[in-house]
Design a protein around this ligand. Structure first.
Ligand code: AMP
Ligand code: GLY
Length: 432
């Protein structure tokens, strides 16, 4: 009997996780709650079927009830919210294997103040900072900083919590909106004012069992909405992997950030299990400064990382969750390159329009090496329509970056909906 897996979440990341689990030899069924309109599928190519199931909310009680009812052997949690809310704690107590950190360990992402204090305590390089809870203290911290600052809400703010500023006035306006106007609610009642760093941004994902870790191929996402990194920030408009990283730098990231994080959490009594996604700023002298830790996979990074992996992803996750990481369960073919292009709705990121009919998916999905992961899609009177800002992630693999890129863009050209837009320059940097 194979595993029955349950993925929690409903975006492109969760579709990619479900797809990877369905191709794991140890899995017989994948459920996704609540999923999205593209998450379904009869077994094909020997993969296990994927089914969508409704759930009242991704909080411990309904998740535990669903996992019990469906006799789930492995739960994989997509977003950070349910992790911070203690979904993994509840499942683990009930004896159900769940991949992701406990709520105490999820504080690495759930509280920026926690992260900064943790980094200081364990000698992890990070920007100088002050933690404040009132506006007068924020003003003082901003005025006494010798560099421009970044103003960060302590709590989860759906990607809107970090404001990178250039002047003291801008910084004060950001701090005021959080601390005085309550723009981000509870999440902004405590604020971190930190030194603005410069350098090369990089993010690294590692799967860990609390002691050992396995670092995934390095990926890069493209945050701005427009080509050439112009326009407003988004959740991510595309990504590619692998990014070539100097081995010396990789060793420093390991020794100065990843290892002290895993050891520090264990020493502090909250061992970290799951995937750790570190956001780094590499200083000109090579210091890997930690900007943030995320306690989950990135979106759209997952849509490139899952097609990178061969083997049994379910076994990788289950072994990490059980405290006995088996990284030999998966393999990364040396010549595999993957890129993902996000197709966004009209008006994204400001005010995405919903309800536009999507056509061309069947043709696009048949192209060799192409996988289409749904995010903001819904079904209306039998027709697939847009229902969110990031509508689809078009992933393609190839034996070189240019081959993967050409396949992804060929697939994008087959798909259309009114107002669709996407970046033309994903992975451009590795080709020039
Ligand atoms: P965070 O939510 O902490 O990851 O911040 C979101 C984004 O803000 C990061 O991906 C960086 O682009 C930027 N950022 C965060 N902290 C800093 C910093 N100290 N210096 C410069 N940029 C930063
Ligand atoms: N791609 C950015 C994130 O998932 O946070």
């Amino acid at each position: 009997m194979g595993r029955r897996a349950l993925v929690l979440g409903g975006g492109g990341r969760e579709h990619a996780l479900a797809w990877a689990l369905s191709r794991s030899p140890s899995v017989e069924l994948v459920l996704v709650a609540p999923g999205n309109a593209g998450i379904r599928g009869a077994a094909s190519d020997g993969a296990a079927p994927i089914e969508r199931v409704p759930i009242e909310s991704l909080t411990p009680k309904p998740v535990l009830a669903l996992a019990r009812k469906e006799r789930i052997d492995l739960v994989v949690v997509g977003p950070e919210g349910p992790l911070c809310d203690g979904v993994v704690d509840a499942l683990s107590e009930a004896g159900i294997t769940a991949f992701g950190p406990s709520s105490a360990a999820a504080q690495l992402e759930g509280s920026k103040a926690f992260l900064k204090r943790f980094a200081t305590r364990h000698d992890i390089p990070t920007a100088a900072y002050t933690i404040v809870t009132d506006f007068a203290a924020a003003e003082q911290a901003i005025d006494s900083s010798s560099s421009p600052v970044v103003v960060k809400a302590d709590g989860l703010a759906g990607g809107k919590g970090a404001i990178v500023t250039s002047t003291a006035d801008e910084a004060k306006a950001a701090a005021r909106s959080m601390l005085v106007d309550g723009a981000l609610g509870e999440a902004g009642k405590t604020v971190v004012i930190e030194e603005r760093l410069s350098g090369l941004e990089m993010s690294v994902h590692a799967v860990t069992d609390g002691e050992r870790m396995w670092v995934l191929p390095v990926s890069r996402d493209h945050k701005r909405v427009g080509d050439g990194d112009r326009g407003p920030n988004t959740g991510g408009m595309g990504a590619f992997a692998p990014v070539t990283v100097d081995p010396e730098l990789m060793a420093r990231i390991h020794q100065q950030v990843l290892r002290p994080t895993i050891e520090g959490m264990a020493a502090d009594g909250s061992p970290y299990r799951g995937v750790l996604y570190a956001g780094l700023m590499i200083a000109p002298d090579g210091t890997p400064n930690l900007l943030e830790h995320n306690v989950r996979f990135g979106d759209p990074e997952t849509q490139v990382l899952m097609p990178m992996l061969g083997g049994d992803v379910a076994e990788l996750f289950a072994s990490a969750a059980a405290g006995s990481l088996d990284e030999t369960a998966v393999s990364v073919p040396a010549d595999r390159h993957v890129i993902t292009v996000v197709l966004a709705a009209k008006g994204y990121p400001k005010s995405p329009r919903k309800g536009d009919a999507i056509v061309g998916l069947d043709e696009a999905g048949k192209l060799p090496g192409v996988h289409i992961f749904h995010a903001g899609t819904a079904r209306q009177d039998g027709q697939l329509v847009t229902s969110g800002g990031r509508v689809l992630g078009v992933s393609a693999s190839g034996s070189s970056a240019s081959e993967a890129r050409a396949a992804a863009y060929r697939a994008c050209a087959q798909i259309s909906f009114d107002g669709m837009h996407y970046r033309q320059d994903i992975a451009h940097s590795v080709l020039t």
